[in-house]
Ligand binder design. Structure first.
Ligand code: RIB
Length: 306
């Protein structure tokens, strides 16, 4: 097993809208799509599409969405031995609104994701020990996240923490035990209470985390690319200029692809470059997982950009 994703899955209910209705107003919107999402599942699918062997520790409800979510993960070859159903609970769902400028607004109703507990990590221990990397996000309870971080530490498995959605309750004692901390700019702003409008401000805010003891801070900047900050370096990877249609799940696609390449050969800068290309492709199509390219499409895109 290459990668363990411990975290969330959701059913994405995506409305493509011209504008948000005001209070009391009814507006017609052009179209709607339903798809598999959730930050954890998206990251797992992105890594699996690139060819990594991925397992997922996650919880679904006992509703009509549950089997479809499990089947979808299996379709991508993801190991679902520790993808469990929770009786009497709904699956996680995410109503999403994507506007004409491809910007999104997302609500999450966590459902069964709230039931992911530290004991779930311990029960999956034998399989988790075989993984080369653990990926975490914050759509599941923090005690499970903290247990997963400690598990990674105990077994010498590097940990990627994507603090999405941002939580001010996140304990930085645990963040410092992670190998990679990957916020987007708004998460960085919330977690540091610092402005992030200019590149310089992003760098200063990332350095604040480095001063606290975080090893690698990788800030995803959307159409501005990525900034990788360590105690003694700062590197930028510029984004590709593409026609964005739907940016939902682009950050997750970046993390899954980054994880794939990092596990492959440990070359962080190359992994960032590949992940930047992967997420550029993902914004050119509608949907979350359904917009992710495979390895052949990624190679072709990179060739075309030369
Ligand atoms: O990052 C995008 C994801 O956030 C969506 O798939 C949605 O399910 C929410 O988890």
């Amino acid at each position: 097993m290459d990668i363990a994703v411990i975290g969330s899955n959701m059913v994405d209910l995506i409305s493509y809208i011209d504008k948000m209705p005001k209070e009391g107003e009814t507006l017609e919107a052009p179209s709607f799509e339903i798809g598999c999402g959730g930050k954890g599942a998206n990251q797992a699918v992105a890594a699996a599409k690139m060819g990594s062997k991925v397992m997922m520790v996650t919880k679904v409800g006992d509703d009509l969405f549950a089997d479809n979510t499990i089947q979808n993960l299996e379709l991508y070859g993801i190991d679902t031995e520790f993808t469990e159903k929770v009786a009497g609970t709904s699956s996680g769902v995410a109503p999403i609104f994507v506007d004409a400028e491809s910007k999104n607004r997302i609500l999450i109703i966590k459902g069964a994701n709230e039931q992911l507990l530290p004991g779930d990590i311990d029960r999956a221990a034998d399989k988790l020990k075989q993984c080369s990397l653990i990926i975490l996000q914050l759509e599941v309870p923090l005690p499970a996240i903290y247990r997963a971080i400690d598990f990674g530490k105990e077994h010498g498995i590097p940990v990627v923490l994507n603090p999405a959605p941002a939580s001010r309750e996140l304990d930085f004692e645990y963040v410092c035990k992670c190998d990679f901390f990957i916020p987007n700019e708004s998460e960085l702003e919330i977690l540091t209470d610092m402005p992030v409008e200019t590149e310089e401000q992003v760098h200063t805010a990332a350095l604040k985390l480095i001063e606290k003891g975080v090893k690698n801070v990788i800030v995803t900047l959307g159409s501005r690319g990525v900034m990788w900050v360590t105690a003694n370096s700062m590197q930028r990877v510029e984004a590709y200029h593409v026609n964005a249609i739907d940016t939902t799940g682009a950050g997750d696609s970046f993390i899954g692809c980054f994880a794939h390449y990092y596990v492959k050969d440990g070359d962080i800068l190359n992994a960032l470059k590949m992940a930047t290309a992967f997420s550029a492709l993902s914004v050119m199509k509608r949907g979350t997982q359904s917009s992710y390219p495979d390895a052949t499409e990624l190679e072709k895109f990179i060739e075309q950009q030369k």
